[in-house]
Design a protein around this ligand. Structure first.
Ligand SMILES: [Zn+2]
Length: 82
């Protein structure tokens, strides 16, 4: 069996920490992308002003995020409620 772990880390956009989905303290959804946080406080700060944190990411962050998401979903936007 091969391990496929490695580059599957998520970054808490508020504090910049790496977060693993399995151990994330909080999560939210923004622009259809699931975002993980190291703490509830970080999530609260993000949700208070998501655009500020999304815009503060280095260029390409969201692109890569979405690219990875597209790979996982076969290029279709994730549908959650329909
Ligand atoms: Zn954090």
């Amino acid at each position: 069996m091969k391990s496929v772990r490695g580059h599957t880390k998520y970054v808490d956009p508020v504090c910049g920490m790496s977060v693993e989905p399995a151990t994330a303290a909080a999560r939210t959804r923004y622009n259809g992308v699931e975002i993980f946080f190291c703490a509830e406080g970080c999530k609260a700060r993000f949700e208070a002003d998501p655009q500020k944190y999304a815009a503060a990411q280095p260029k390409g962050f969201w692109g890569r995020y979405l690219e990875r998401l597209n790979k996982a979903t076969g290029g279709r936007p994730p549908s959650c409620c329909h």
